[in-house]
Ligand binder design. Structure first.
Ligand code: ADP
Ligand code: MG
Length: 249
């Protein structure tokens, strides 16, 4: 990351709170992600990691606090959420492909409907991104003819086809058979190398160690510890972080 890029803030989250009824799931999160930065979020199940990601693209409405992505405050009630969300790609644990559409149509449908691209342009961009995830030649396949790892790579190509400024990944490899995890992580690693800004919830500690610029450990709705991976994963300061890592490593 160059100095100029490092000073550019892609995501700024300030004192974010989220409650579901009486339960406060996020209890004051502050997070800045620089342009081109890769931040991995780790932590036990139920700690609020998915809710945090979902607040970043406003799939969940924060109870209080602000979320700013590329200078647009998504928590501003007057903001055009659809326009802002268009610039944010999200990849989930479950691949969420349209099962009745072949790969190419999965890649083009949102480009055409949301970005109003022509069929020809959408296909060209979709095919380029299919190649980017190592699946060139598979555009006519139906999702159920692909492995889970291949489906997840199509989901990544679909998100990339929308030209996102920011990619959110929520445990993208957790539903995969172990032998399929590596190909998906390799695609994510390449994206990181290309300078994509990424916020990644993951249990893949090796990936976090090697790819993340920064790691956040969350527990019970707060960021307990954050820093470079060699510190947070390699020599954690907090007891809660150590306990978590001893379970997953
Ligand atoms: P994580 O991704 O770290 O496992 P989540 O963000 O999914 O954690 O969930 C944090 C807590 O919020 C959990 O206790 C979960 O049950 C609760 N929660 C998440 N979404 C909802 C919802 N839509 N309604 C009520 N409770 C929710
Ligand atoms: Mg989750």
């Amino acid at each position: 990351m160059s100095t100029a890029e490092a000073t550019e803030v892609a995501v700024e989250i300030t004192d974010l709170h989220k409650s579901f009824g009486p339960v406060e799931v996020l209890r004051g999160i502050d997070l800045r992600v620089g342009r081109g930065e890769v931040v991995c979020v780790i932590g036990p199940s139920g700690s609020g990691k998915s809710t945090l990601l979902r607040c970043v693209n406003v799939l969940e409405e924060p109870t209080s606090g602000t979320v700013v992505v590329d200078g647009t405050e998504l928590t501003d009630p007057d903001v055009d959420i659809d326009a802002a969300r268009r610039r944010i790609g999200m990849v989930f644990q479950s691949f969420n492909l349209f099962t009745h559409l072949n790969v190419l149509n999965n890649l083009t449908i949102a480009q055409r409907k949301v970005l109003r691209r022509s069929q020809a342009e959408a296909e060209q961009i979709g095919l380029a991104n299919l190649e980017r995830v190592g699946l060139d030649g598979r555009e006519s396949a139906m999702p159920n003819q692909l492995s889970g790892g291949q489906q997840q790579r199509v989901a990544i190509a679909r998100a990339l086809s929308m030209d996102p400024d920011l990619m959110l990944f929520d445990e993208p490899t957790s539903a995969l058979d172990p032998e399929l995890v590596g190909d998906v992580l390799a695609v994510m690693r390449r994206l990181a190398d290309e300078g994509m800004t990424m916020l990644v919830v993951t249990h893949e500690m090796q990936f976090a160690r090697e790819v993340a610029d920064r790691v956040l450990f969350m527990d019970a709705g707060v960021v307990v510890e954050e820093g470079p991976p060699e510190q947070v994963i390699g020599s954690p300061r907090e007891e809660r972080t150590r306990t978590f890592l001893s379970r997953v490593l």
